[in-house]
Design a protein. Structure first.
Length: 320
């Protein structure tokens, strides 16, 4: 089958081929061009007539044909973690799995929604606007959606009425089941800082929705009197720093750096932002962006907290 080798949007002979690709980060332009070429060749080998016209997806050459649109964004993020000599095999595996899922059709609805629904954070802009217009943000640009997982496939249920449920019931079931998941926690210590990396499931970032459970059961902290810094850069990662003193400032710098890298590189990007979560689990931005592109400033809430911490650390009692 002929392959439509429509040139990658940036051009295959760009003198800046080592620069980051604007459409398929975190790959370079050269790597993105190679991904597109390999993806087109693999799709042709699988009997699909598709072309690449930008937009991070392979689209049917004949728009009236019953061929799927094959997204490349998350594939690019996956490939970035592997040597390029492994890319052909990984791309073929990815497309074969995707096509098999499509042939099988959507997973059947959960038999027992009360036990099977799990709440998940989803970028609002990843869904059609009219599907989410009535849903509030949990964090800016992120909404909480009832889902179910079967054989590694996560299916969202944006119309709980299809399951004979109200939104509130579906969300209640989803949060209860989210609380039952078990985390993997790794700590990174640097000087007096400790950052917790929560992972282990495809719902790791979504555990931010039940942060009280994460602190109690995974970090073994019953109460964080000054709150925590938190970030949800990608669907598989939740970053946490329990605030104990003015080390919150360097901890914020570490979290901003790590969250930005995870958001730029990992599959399922959610948000590069870092948040201050108060002891009563109210979420606030940890930083404030200024219009003139000067360095970020502490948000009013975090600035107030740091002043309080500075005062306490300056007292004789706090010095012991």
């Amino acid at each position: 089958m002929p392959i439509d080798t429509t040139e990658h949007a940036q051009g295959n002979n760009s003198p800046h081929s080592s620069c980051p690709d604007l459409v398929l980060p975190p790959l370079s332009r050269r790597q993105a061009d190679r991904l597109v070429h390999l993806a087109l060749r693999t799709a042709a080998d699988l009997g699909l007539a598709v072309s690449y016209q930008g937009g991070a997806a392979l689209v049917p050459t004949d728009r009236s044909a019953d061929n799927p649109v094959l997204g490349l964004s998350n594939l690019a993020r996956i490939l970035a973690h592997f040597d390029e000599d492994r890319w052909p095999v990984l791309i073929e595996e990815h497309f074969r799995q995707l096509l098999e899922q499509l042939r099988q059709g959507p997973p059947k609805p959960p038999d027992d929604p009360e036990r099977e629904l799990i709440q998940r954070l989803v970028p609002r802009d990843a869904l059609p606007p009219d599907w989410t217009a009535d849903r509030p943000d949990f964090l800016p640009g992120l909404i909480s959606v009832p889902c179910a997982e079967a054989d590694g496939i996560v299916t969202m249920y944006l119309e709980p009425a299809d399951l004979n449920l109200t939104w509130s019931d579906a969300e209640r079931f989803g949060l209860a089941n989210l609380r039952r998941l078990e985390d993997q926690v790794e700590y990174v210590d640097h000087d007096d800082l400790r950052i917790a990396f929560v992972s282990g499931t495809a719902f790791a970032a979504s555990r931010a929705l039940v942060l009280d459970t994460v602190l109690r059961e995974s970090l073994h902290i019953e109460h964080a009197p000054h709150g925590v810094l938190a970030a949800v850069p990608a669907r598989d990662t939740l970053l946490l720093h329990v605030i104990e003193g003015l080390t919150v400032i360097p901890a914020l710098g570490v979290l901003l750096n790590v969250a930005a890298r995870c958001y730029a590189r990992d599959p399922g990007p959610l948000s590069p932002e870092v948040y201050l979560v108060t002891p009563d689990f109210t979420w606030h931005p940890a930083t404030t962006a200024l219009p003139d592109h000067t360095p970020l400033r502490l948000s009013p809430e975090l600035e107030t907290l740091t002043k309080l911490l500075a005062t306490r650390e300056a007292t004789p009692e706090s010095r012991g």
